[in-house]
Design a protein around this ligand. Structure first.
Ligand code: SF4
Length: 497
Protein backbone atom coordinates (compact mmCIF):
# COMPACT_ATOMS: atom_id res chain seq x y z
CA UNK A 1 0.00 0.00 0.00
CA UNK A 2 2.98 2.34 0.43
CA UNK A 3 3.97 2.12 -3.22
CA UNK A 4 2.62 5.09 -5.10
CA UNK A 5 -0.35 4.03 -7.23
CA UNK A 6 -0.38 5.50 -10.70
CA UNK A 7 -4.03 5.92 -11.65
CA UNK A 8 -4.94 6.54 -15.27
CA UNK A 9 -7.74 8.99 -16.06
CA UNK A 10 -10.20 6.10 -16.26
CA UNK A 11 -9.15 4.69 -12.88
CA UNK A 12 -10.42 7.42 -10.61
CA UNK A 13 -12.52 5.67 -7.98
CA UNK A 14 -11.46 4.49 -4.51
CA UNK A 15 -11.40 0.86 -5.67
CA UNK A 16 -8.21 1.49 -7.62
CA UNK A 17 -6.31 2.04 -4.35
CA UNK A 18 -5.25 -0.64 -1.86
CA UNK A 19 -5.81 1.68 1.11
CA UNK A 20 -7.60 5.02 1.38
CA UNK A 21 -4.34 6.80 2.24
CA UNK A 22 -2.15 5.23 -0.45
CA UNK A 23 -0.02 7.81 -2.29
CA UNK A 24 -1.25 8.41 -5.83
CA UNK A 25 0.17 9.65 -9.13
CA UNK A 26 -2.21 11.34 -11.55
CA UNK A 27 -1.14 12.58 -14.96
CA UNK A 28 -3.00 15.03 -17.16
CA UNK A 29 -1.66 14.73 -20.69
CA UNK A 30 -2.65 17.48 -23.06
CA UNK A 31 -1.17 15.59 -25.99
CA UNK A 32 -4.12 13.19 -25.87
CA UNK A 33 -6.40 15.99 -27.07
CA UNK A 34 -3.98 17.19 -29.70
CA UNK A 35 -3.87 13.85 -31.46
CA UNK A 36 -7.60 13.42 -32.04
CA UNK A 37 -10.59 15.66 -32.37
CA UNK A 38 -12.83 14.76 -29.43
CA UNK A 39 -16.26 16.02 -28.51
CA UNK A 40 -15.77 19.15 -26.45
CA UNK A 41 -17.83 17.78 -23.56
CA UNK A 42 -15.77 14.61 -23.51
CA UNK A 43 -12.59 16.59 -23.03
CA UNK A 44 -14.34 18.57 -20.32
CA UNK A 45 -15.57 15.48 -18.52
CA UNK A 46 -12.16 13.77 -18.56
CA UNK A 47 -10.23 16.80 -17.35
CA UNK A 48 -12.84 17.69 -14.77
CA UNK A 49 -12.86 14.15 -13.36
CA UNK A 50 -9.07 14.01 -13.19
CA UNK A 51 -8.76 17.42 -11.56
CA UNK A 52 -11.56 16.67 -9.11
CA UNK A 53 -9.72 13.50 -8.06
CA UNK A 54 -6.49 15.44 -7.63
CA UNK A 55 -8.29 18.04 -5.49
CA UNK A 56 -10.00 15.35 -3.44
CA UNK A 57 -6.70 13.61 -2.68
CA UNK A 58 -4.80 16.84 -1.93
CA UNK A 59 -1.24 16.11 -0.72
CA UNK A 60 -1.79 12.40 -1.14
CA UNK A 61 -1.61 12.82 -4.91
CA UNK A 62 1.28 13.87 -7.07
CA UNK A 63 -0.59 15.56 -9.91
CA UNK A 64 1.47 16.24 -13.04
CA UNK A 65 0.16 18.25 -15.99
CA UNK A 66 2.37 17.56 -18.98
CA UNK A 67 2.21 16.98 -22.68
CA UNK A 68 2.83 13.23 -22.63
CA UNK A 69 2.75 10.44 -20.07
CA UNK A 70 6.43 9.73 -20.64
CA UNK A 71 7.29 13.33 -19.77
CA UNK A 72 5.40 13.01 -16.49
CA UNK A 73 6.90 9.66 -15.57
CA UNK A 74 10.41 10.94 -16.18
CA UNK A 75 9.81 13.30 -13.25
CA UNK A 76 8.92 10.48 -10.85
CA UNK A 77 11.84 8.95 -8.99
CA UNK A 78 10.01 6.40 -6.81
CA UNK A 79 8.64 2.96 -7.71
CA UNK A 80 5.05 2.87 -8.91
CA UNK A 81 2.29 0.34 -9.16
CA UNK A 82 -0.56 0.54 -11.64
CA UNK A 83 -3.70 -1.50 -12.22
CA UNK A 84 -3.49 -2.90 -15.74
CA UNK A 85 -4.74 -0.12 -18.03
CA UNK A 86 -7.63 -0.50 -20.43
CA UNK A 87 -6.06 -0.41 -23.90
CA UNK A 88 -3.39 -2.36 -25.79
CA UNK A 89 -1.06 0.64 -26.28
CA UNK A 90 -1.37 1.73 -22.63
CA UNK A 91 -0.58 -1.80 -21.43
CA UNK A 92 2.46 -1.95 -23.70
CA UNK A 93 3.56 1.40 -22.33
CA UNK A 94 3.32 0.48 -18.63
CA UNK A 95 5.00 -2.88 -19.20
CA UNK A 96 7.96 -1.15 -20.83
CA UNK A 97 8.47 1.40 -18.02
CA UNK A 98 11.14 0.42 -15.53
CA UNK A 99 10.13 0.69 -11.87
CA UNK A 100 6.44 0.13 -12.57
CA UNK A 101 4.66 -2.92 -11.17
CA UNK A 102 1.60 -3.82 -13.23
CA UNK A 103 -1.24 -5.34 -11.22
CA UNK A 104 -4.40 -7.09 -12.26
CA UNK A 105 -7.05 -4.90 -13.91
CA UNK A 106 -9.85 -3.49 -11.77
CA UNK A 107 -13.05 -1.70 -12.62
CA UNK A 108 -15.03 -4.70 -13.85
CA UNK A 109 -17.14 -7.22 -12.00
CA UNK A 110 -15.31 -10.28 -13.30
CA UNK A 111 -11.58 -10.97 -13.52
CA UNK A 112 -9.67 -11.45 -16.75
CA UNK A 113 -8.25 -14.74 -15.51
CA UNK A 114 -11.78 -16.06 -14.88
CA UNK A 115 -12.88 -15.09 -18.36
CA UNK A 116 -9.80 -16.69 -19.94
CA UNK A 117 -10.47 -19.93 -18.10
CA UNK A 118 -14.09 -19.90 -19.20
CA UNK A 119 -13.24 -19.02 -22.80
CA UNK A 120 -10.59 -21.74 -23.00
CA UNK A 121 -13.34 -24.29 -22.49
CA UNK A 122 -15.30 -23.16 -25.57
CA UNK A 123 -14.76 -22.58 -29.25
CA UNK A 124 -14.41 -19.01 -30.56
CA UNK A 125 -17.86 -19.17 -32.13
CA UNK A 126 -19.39 -20.15 -28.82
CA UNK A 127 -18.36 -17.16 -26.73
CA UNK A 128 -21.86 -16.09 -25.90
CA UNK A 129 -22.56 -13.19 -23.62
CA UNK A 130 -25.50 -14.94 -22.07
CA UNK A 131 -23.43 -17.95 -21.02
CA UNK A 132 -20.72 -15.88 -19.38
CA UNK A 133 -23.30 -13.65 -17.74
CA UNK A 134 -24.85 -16.66 -16.01
CA UNK A 135 -21.48 -17.81 -14.73
CA UNK A 136 -20.85 -14.29 -13.43
CA UNK A 137 -24.28 -13.97 -11.79
CA UNK A 138 -23.68 -17.22 -9.92
CA UNK A 139 -20.10 -16.42 -8.96
CA UNK A 140 -21.00 -12.96 -7.65
CA UNK A 141 -24.40 -13.90 -6.28
CA UNK A 142 -26.36 -11.21 -8.10
CA UNK A 143 -30.12 -11.66 -8.52
CA UNK A 144 -29.87 -15.27 -7.41
CA UNK A 145 -32.14 -17.40 -5.26
CA UNK A 146 -29.66 -20.01 -4.16
CA UNK A 147 -28.46 -21.74 -7.32
CA UNK A 148 -31.35 -20.43 -9.44
CA UNK A 149 -31.85 -17.02 -11.02
CA UNK A 150 -34.26 -14.78 -9.14
CA UNK A 151 -37.73 -15.18 -10.61
CA UNK A 152 -36.70 -18.47 -12.24
CA UNK A 153 -35.29 -17.01 -15.48
CA UNK A 154 -31.93 -15.54 -16.45
CA UNK A 155 -32.99 -13.26 -19.22
CA UNK A 156 -36.03 -11.01 -19.32
CA UNK A 157 -35.02 -9.14 -22.47
CA UNK A 158 -38.21 -10.05 -24.30
CA UNK A 159 -40.12 -7.81 -21.85
CA UNK A 160 -37.76 -4.94 -22.59
CA UNK A 161 -38.37 -4.24 -26.25
CA UNK A 162 -41.53 -2.22 -26.12
CA UNK A 163 -42.09 0.76 -28.40
CA UNK A 164 -42.32 4.22 -26.84
CA UNK A 165 -45.23 4.79 -24.49
CA UNK A 166 -48.31 6.00 -26.35
CA UNK A 167 -48.39 9.33 -24.50
CA UNK A 168 -44.75 9.97 -25.44
CA UNK A 169 -43.49 9.95 -21.83
CA UNK A 170 -41.79 7.31 -19.71
CA UNK A 171 -43.07 7.11 -16.18
CA UNK A 172 -39.92 8.39 -14.47
CA UNK A 173 -38.79 11.75 -13.09
CA UNK A 174 -35.80 13.44 -14.79
CA UNK A 175 -32.36 12.18 -13.80
CA UNK A 176 -30.23 13.67 -11.03
CA UNK A 177 -27.97 16.37 -12.47
CA UNK A 178 -24.57 17.43 -11.14
CA UNK A 179 -23.82 21.07 -10.35
CA UNK A 180 -20.69 22.56 -11.87
CA UNK A 181 -18.06 24.11 -9.60
CA UNK A 182 -14.88 26.19 -9.88
CA UNK A 183 -12.91 23.21 -11.20
CA UNK A 184 -15.35 23.00 -14.12
CA UNK A 185 -14.95 26.73 -14.66
CA UNK A 186 -11.18 26.33 -14.84
CA UNK A 187 -11.49 23.38 -17.24
CA UNK A 188 -13.79 25.41 -19.47
CA UNK A 189 -11.40 28.36 -19.46
CA UNK A 190 -8.44 26.09 -20.27
CA UNK A 191 -10.26 24.38 -23.13
CA UNK A 192 -11.32 27.77 -24.53
CA UNK A 193 -7.74 28.98 -24.35
CA UNK A 194 -6.22 25.84 -25.93
CA UNK A 195 -8.76 26.07 -28.71
CA UNK A 196 -8.17 29.79 -29.27
CA UNK A 197 -4.41 29.14 -29.40
CA UNK A 198 -5.06 26.64 -32.18
CA UNK A 199 -3.44 24.00 -30.01
CA UNK A 200 -6.40 21.62 -30.01
CA UNK A 201 -9.71 21.39 -31.87
CA UNK A 202 -12.95 19.93 -30.67
CA UNK A 203 -16.26 19.00 -32.18
CA UNK A 204 -19.72 19.26 -30.62
CA UNK A 205 -21.25 21.91 -28.38
CA UNK A 206 -19.98 22.97 -25.03
CA UNK A 207 -22.73 22.78 -22.44
CA UNK A 208 -23.44 22.29 -18.79
CA UNK A 209 -21.76 19.18 -17.47
CA UNK A 210 -24.41 16.45 -17.31
CA UNK A 211 -22.36 13.51 -16.08
CA UNK A 212 -20.70 12.84 -12.71
CA UNK A 213 -16.99 13.47 -12.26
CA UNK A 214 -16.52 12.15 -8.72
CA UNK A 215 -17.32 9.02 -6.79
CA UNK A 216 -19.73 11.06 -4.65
CA UNK A 217 -21.58 12.48 -7.65
CA UNK A 218 -21.83 9.00 -9.13
CA UNK A 219 -23.33 7.73 -5.88
CA UNK A 220 -25.94 10.48 -6.11
CA UNK A 221 -26.88 9.52 -9.65
CA UNK A 222 -26.95 5.82 -8.80
CA UNK A 223 -29.10 6.29 -5.69
CA UNK A 224 -31.50 8.52 -7.61
CA UNK A 225 -31.72 5.98 -10.43
CA UNK A 226 -32.38 3.05 -8.10
CA UNK A 227 -35.03 4.94 -6.16
CA UNK A 228 -36.86 6.81 -8.89
CA UNK A 229 -36.03 5.54 -12.37
CA UNK A 230 -35.10 1.86 -12.30
CA UNK A 231 -38.76 0.88 -12.01
CA UNK A 232 -39.51 2.33 -15.45
CA UNK A 233 -36.19 1.41 -17.06
CA UNK A 234 -36.82 -2.00 -18.62
CA UNK A 235 -39.88 -2.00 -20.85
CA UNK A 236 -38.93 1.03 -22.96
CA UNK A 237 -35.13 0.77 -22.82
CA UNK A 238 -35.00 0.27 -26.61
CA UNK A 239 -37.45 3.05 -27.46
CA UNK A 240 -36.46 6.43 -28.91
CA UNK A 241 -38.31 9.68 -28.28
CA UNK A 242 -37.41 12.92 -30.02
CA UNK A 243 -38.30 14.96 -26.91
CA UNK A 244 -36.59 12.76 -24.32
CA UNK A 245 -33.10 11.40 -24.93
CA UNK A 246 -32.77 9.93 -21.41
CA UNK A 247 -35.99 7.93 -20.99
CA UNK A 248 -35.33 5.92 -17.82
CA UNK A 249 -31.72 5.06 -18.59
CA UNK A 250 -29.27 5.14 -15.69
CA UNK A 251 -26.70 7.30 -17.50
CA UNK A 252 -23.95 5.68 -15.47
CA UNK A 253 -21.85 4.46 -18.41
CA UNK A 254 -19.56 7.50 -18.42
CA UNK A 255 -18.99 7.16 -14.65
CA UNK A 256 -18.35 3.44 -14.88
CA UNK A 257 -15.89 3.95 -17.71
CA UNK A 258 -14.06 6.71 -15.82
CA UNK A 259 -13.69 4.16 -13.03
CA UNK A 260 -15.54 6.40 -10.58
CA UNK A 261 -17.53 3.56 -9.10
CA UNK A 262 -17.01 -0.17 -8.72
CA UNK A 263 -19.50 -1.96 -10.99
CA UNK A 264 -19.69 -4.82 -8.47
CA UNK A 265 -21.12 -2.33 -5.95
CA UNK A 266 -23.53 -1.03 -8.56
CA UNK A 267 -25.05 -4.45 -9.30
CA UNK A 268 -25.15 -5.45 -5.63
CA UNK A 269 -26.99 -2.25 -4.85
CA UNK A 270 -29.48 -2.92 -7.64
CA UNK A 271 -29.95 -6.43 -6.22
CA UNK A 272 -30.48 -4.99 -2.72
CA UNK A 273 -32.96 -2.39 -4.02
CA UNK A 274 -34.96 -5.16 -5.65
CA UNK A 275 -34.97 -7.30 -2.47
CA UNK A 276 -36.00 -4.33 -0.34
CA UNK A 277 -38.84 -3.51 -2.74
CA UNK A 278 -40.06 -7.11 -2.58
CA UNK A 279 -39.93 -7.09 1.23
CA UNK A 280 -41.85 -3.81 1.25
CA UNK A 281 -44.61 -5.35 -0.86
CA UNK A 282 -44.01 -3.04 -3.82
CA UNK A 283 -41.59 -5.02 -5.98
CA UNK A 284 -39.49 -3.36 -8.65
CA UNK A 285 -40.24 -5.15 -11.95
CA UNK A 286 -37.63 -7.87 -12.31
CA UNK A 287 -37.27 -7.17 -16.04
CA UNK A 288 -36.10 -3.63 -15.20
CA UNK A 289 -33.65 -4.79 -12.54
CA UNK A 290 -32.33 -7.69 -14.60
CA UNK A 291 -32.03 -5.49 -17.70
CA UNK A 292 -29.89 -3.03 -15.77
CA UNK A 293 -27.73 -5.74 -14.17
CA UNK A 294 -27.28 -7.30 -17.61
CA UNK A 295 -25.97 -4.00 -18.99
CA UNK A 296 -23.49 -3.47 -16.17
CA UNK A 297 -22.12 -6.94 -15.42
CA UNK A 298 -23.23 -8.79 -18.54
CA UNK A 299 -22.66 -6.69 -21.59
CA UNK A 300 -20.02 -4.32 -20.21
CA UNK A 301 -17.83 -7.06 -18.75
CA UNK A 302 -18.23 -9.23 -21.81
CA UNK A 303 -17.17 -6.48 -24.20
CA UNK A 304 -14.17 -5.76 -21.95
CA UNK A 305 -13.01 -9.35 -21.97
CA UNK A 306 -13.52 -9.68 -25.71
CA UNK A 307 -11.28 -6.67 -26.30
CA UNK A 308 -8.37 -8.75 -25.00
CA UNK A 309 -9.59 -12.16 -26.07
CA UNK A 310 -10.03 -11.20 -29.73
CA UNK A 311 -6.57 -9.72 -29.95
CA UNK A 312 -4.90 -6.63 -31.34
CA UNK A 313 -5.86 -7.22 -34.94
CA UNK A 314 -9.56 -7.62 -34.33
CA UNK A 315 -10.07 -3.89 -34.95
CA UNK A 316 -8.88 -4.28 -38.54
CA UNK A 317 -11.62 -6.73 -39.47
CA UNK A 318 -13.57 -5.70 -42.56
CA UNK A 319 -15.52 -8.78 -43.54
CA UNK A 320 -18.06 -6.81 -45.60
CA UNK A 321 -15.32 -4.89 -47.42
CA UNK A 322 -16.66 -1.48 -46.46
CA UNK A 323 -14.39 1.33 -47.60
CA UNK A 324 -16.41 4.58 -47.59
CA UNK A 325 -15.11 7.51 -45.57
CA UNK A 326 -17.09 8.98 -42.69
CA UNK A 327 -18.98 11.76 -44.49
CA UNK A 328 -18.14 15.33 -43.50
CA UNK A 329 -21.63 16.12 -42.20
CA UNK A 330 -21.34 13.18 -39.81
CA UNK A 331 -17.82 14.09 -38.74
CA UNK A 332 -18.94 17.65 -38.03
CA UNK A 333 -22.28 16.60 -36.46
CA UNK A 334 -24.16 18.81 -38.92
CA UNK A 335 -27.66 17.73 -37.98
CA UNK A 336 -29.24 20.54 -40.04
CA UNK A 337 -27.75 19.14 -43.24
CA UNK A 338 -29.75 15.95 -42.74
CA UNK A 339 -33.39 15.63 -43.80
CA UNK A 340 -33.91 12.12 -42.41
CA UNK A 341 -35.59 12.98 -39.15
CA UNK A 342 -34.21 10.12 -37.07
CA UNK A 343 -30.63 10.65 -38.15
CA UNK A 344 -30.86 14.42 -37.85
CA UNK A 345 -32.30 14.20 -34.33
CA UNK A 346 -29.75 11.68 -33.12
CA UNK A 347 -26.86 13.70 -34.59
CA UNK A 348 -28.20 16.83 -32.88
CA UNK A 349 -28.40 14.92 -29.59
CA UNK A 350 -24.80 13.77 -29.98
CA UNK A 351 -23.68 17.31 -30.77
CA UNK A 352 -25.56 18.73 -27.80
CA UNK A 353 -24.53 16.16 -25.18
CA UNK A 354 -22.08 13.53 -26.47
CA UNK A 355 -24.49 10.83 -25.41
CA UNK A 356 -27.48 8.89 -26.77
CA UNK A 357 -28.54 5.47 -25.51
CA UNK A 358 -27.67 2.15 -27.11
CA UNK A 359 -30.50 1.99 -29.68
CA UNK A 360 -29.89 5.31 -31.47
CA UNK A 361 -26.21 4.28 -31.53
CA UNK A 362 -26.85 0.81 -32.91
CA UNK A 363 -30.01 1.19 -34.96
CA UNK A 364 -29.67 4.72 -36.33
CA UNK A 365 -25.98 5.73 -36.43
CA UNK A 366 -24.43 2.25 -36.66
CA UNK A 367 -27.17 1.01 -38.98
CA UNK A 368 -26.55 3.97 -41.29
CA UNK A 369 -22.79 3.32 -41.41
CA UNK A 370 -23.33 -0.39 -42.01
CA UNK A 371 -25.82 0.16 -44.83
CA UNK A 372 -23.62 2.78 -46.50
CA UNK A 373 -20.45 0.72 -46.25
CA UNK A 374 -18.45 3.13 -44.12
CA UNK A 375 -15.06 1.76 -43.13
CA UNK A 376 -15.50 -0.02 -39.77
CA UNK A 377 -12.35 1.31 -38.11
CA UNK A 378 -13.16 4.87 -39.19
CA UNK A 379 -16.66 4.70 -37.74
CA UNK A 380 -15.26 3.11 -34.56
CA UNK A 381 -12.92 6.08 -34.20
CA UNK A 382 -15.87 8.43 -34.77
CA UNK A 383 -17.92 6.76 -32.01
CA UNK A 384 -14.92 6.82 -29.68
CA UNK A 385 -14.37 10.56 -30.17
CA UNK A 386 -18.03 11.62 -30.11
CA UNK A 387 -19.29 9.74 -27.07
CA UNK A 388 -18.51 10.77 -23.52
CA UNK A 389 -18.40 7.15 -22.40
CA UNK A 390 -16.40 5.91 -25.42
CA UNK A 391 -13.00 4.28 -24.93
CA UNK A 392 -11.01 2.01 -27.17
CA UNK A 393 -11.82 -1.13 -25.18
CA UNK A 394 -15.55 -0.51 -25.28
CA UNK A 395 -15.84 0.73 -28.86
CA UNK A 396 -13.79 -1.84 -30.76
CA UNK A 397 -15.92 -4.92 -30.09
CA UNK A 398 -19.16 -2.93 -29.94
CA UNK A 399 -18.68 -1.14 -33.24
CA UNK A 400 -16.39 -3.37 -35.33
CA UNK A 401 -18.11 -6.56 -34.21
CA UNK A 402 -21.62 -5.89 -33.04
CA UNK A 403 -22.58 -2.85 -35.08
CA UNK A 404 -20.63 -3.21 -38.33
CA UNK A 405 -20.43 -7.01 -38.56
CA UNK A 406 -16.84 -6.53 -39.69
CA UNK A 407 -15.67 -9.63 -37.85
CA UNK A 408 -17.79 -11.84 -40.08
CA UNK A 409 -20.05 -12.94 -37.23
CA UNK A 410 -17.89 -13.68 -34.18
CA UNK A 411 -19.76 -11.28 -31.94
CA UNK A 412 -23.21 -11.19 -33.44
CA UNK A 413 -24.79 -13.91 -35.49
CA UNK A 414 -26.23 -11.48 -38.04
CA UNK A 415 -25.70 -7.87 -39.09
CA UNK A 416 -27.68 -5.22 -37.26
CA UNK A 417 -29.14 -3.81 -40.44
CA UNK A 418 -32.74 -2.69 -40.29
CA UNK A 419 -35.10 -0.71 -42.48
CA UNK A 420 -37.32 2.22 -41.55
CA UNK A 421 -40.04 -0.09 -40.20
CA UNK A 422 -37.92 -0.85 -37.12
CA UNK A 423 -37.21 2.83 -36.48
CA UNK A 424 -40.87 3.65 -37.05
CA UNK A 425 -41.99 1.03 -34.54
CA UNK A 426 -39.45 2.02 -31.89
CA UNK A 427 -39.56 5.82 -32.14
CA UNK A 428 -41.66 8.88 -32.84
CA UNK A 429 -39.26 10.09 -35.55
CA UNK A 430 -41.04 8.99 -38.69
CA UNK A 431 -44.18 11.10 -38.17
CA UNK A 432 -42.20 14.30 -38.64
CA UNK A 433 -40.01 13.06 -41.49
CA UNK A 434 -40.00 14.03 -45.15
CA UNK A 435 -39.45 10.36 -46.01
CA UNK A 436 -41.88 7.49 -45.70
CA UNK A 437 -40.57 4.41 -43.86
CA UNK A 438 -42.67 2.14 -46.13
CA UNK A 439 -41.21 3.52 -49.38
CA UNK A 440 -38.05 2.21 -50.95
CA UNK A 441 -38.23 4.03 -54.26
CA UNK A 442 -38.85 7.63 -55.24
CA UNK A 443 -38.51 11.11 -53.79
CA UNK A 444 -39.82 10.11 -50.37
CA UNK A 445 -38.08 6.71 -50.19
CA UNK A 446 -36.77 6.23 -46.64
CA UNK A 447 -32.97 6.04 -46.78
CA UNK A 448 -33.01 3.29 -44.14
CA UNK A 449 -35.58 1.16 -45.93
CA UNK A 450 -34.00 1.59 -49.35
CA UNK A 451 -30.55 1.41 -47.78
CA UNK A 452 -31.43 -1.90 -46.17
CA UNK A 453 -32.24 -3.54 -49.51
CA UNK A 454 -29.22 -2.03 -51.21
CA UNK A 455 -27.06 -3.31 -48.34
CA UNK A 456 -28.43 -6.84 -48.72
CA UNK A 457 -27.93 -6.78 -52.46
CA UNK A 458 -24.35 -5.52 -52.13
CA UNK A 459 -23.54 -8.23 -49.58
CA UNK A 460 -25.66 -11.00 -51.03
CA UNK A 461 -22.75 -13.35 -51.56
CA UNK A 462 -20.86 -12.45 -48.41
CA UNK A 463 -23.92 -13.19 -46.30
CA UNK A 464 -25.15 -16.20 -48.27
CA UNK A 465 -23.66 -18.71 -45.82
CA UNK A 466 -25.39 -17.13 -42.83
CA UNK A 467 -28.47 -19.14 -41.88
CA UNK A 468 -30.11 -16.21 -40.15
CA UNK A 469 -29.85 -14.16 -43.35
CA UNK A 470 -31.51 -16.77 -45.50
CA UNK A 471 -34.97 -15.26 -45.15
CA UNK A 472 -33.99 -11.61 -45.68
CA UNK A 473 -31.90 -12.59 -48.71
CA UNK A 474 -34.79 -14.58 -50.10
CA UNK A 475 -36.85 -11.37 -49.78
CA UNK A 476 -34.47 -9.69 -52.24
CA UNK A 477 -35.60 -12.05 -54.99
CA UNK A 478 -39.19 -10.87 -54.59
CA UNK A 479 -38.40 -7.18 -55.15
CA UNK A 480 -39.31 -6.30 -58.73
CA UNK A 481 -37.83 -2.82 -58.34
CA UNK A 482 -34.54 -3.95 -56.77
CA UNK A 483 -32.30 -2.64 -59.56
CA UNK A 484 -33.92 0.77 -59.40
CA UNK A 485 -33.59 0.84 -55.59
CA UNK A 486 -29.93 -0.09 -55.80
CA UNK A 487 -29.29 2.59 -58.46
CA UNK A 488 -31.05 5.17 -56.35
CA UNK A 489 -28.99 4.30 -53.25
CA UNK A 490 -25.71 4.14 -55.15
CA UNK A 491 -26.49 7.68 -56.36
CA UNK A 492 -27.36 8.77 -52.80
CA UNK A 493 -24.17 7.21 -51.40
CA UNK A 494 -23.12 8.97 -48.22
CA UNK A 495 -24.60 12.35 -49.16
CA UNK A 496 -26.62 13.65 -46.24
CA UNK A 497 -30.02 11.95 -46.64
FE1 SF4 B 1 -35.79 7.80 -40.35
FE2 SF4 B 1 -36.93 6.77 -42.54
FE3 SF4 B 1 -38.38 7.24 -40.37
FE4 SF4 B 1 -37.46 9.25 -41.82
S1 SF4 B 1 -38.93 7.73 -42.48
S2 SF4 B 1 -37.44 9.09 -39.58
S3 SF4 B 1 -35.50 8.47 -42.47
S4 SF4 B 1 -36.71 5.79 -40.55
Amino acid sequence: PDTRRWCFADQLGPHFLDAPDQPVLLVESRGVFRRRRFHRQKAHLLLSALRHRAAELGDQALFLQTDTYAEALDQVREPLSVCAPTTWPARDFVLRRPGVTVLEARGFVTRQADFRRWAASRSRQRLLMDDFYRVARRAHDVLMDGAEPAGGTWNLDHDNRQPPPADGRVDAPPPWWPVEDEIDEQVRADLDRWEADGDVAFVGDDGPRLFPVTHAETQERLADFLTHRLRAFGPHEDAMLSGDPWLAHSMLSASLNLGLVDPADVVHRADAAWRESVAAGDPLPLNSVEGFVRQVMGWRDWIWHLYWQLGRDYRHGNALEAHEEVPGWMGELEAEAVGANCLSHVLADVRERGWVHHIPRLMVLGNYALQRGIEPLAITDWFHRMFLDGYDWVMVANVVGMSQHADGGVLATKPYAAGGAYIDRMSDYCGGCRYDPRKRLGEDACPFTAGYWAFLERNRERLAGNLRMRQPLAGLGRLKDLDAVVDQEVRRGTDAP
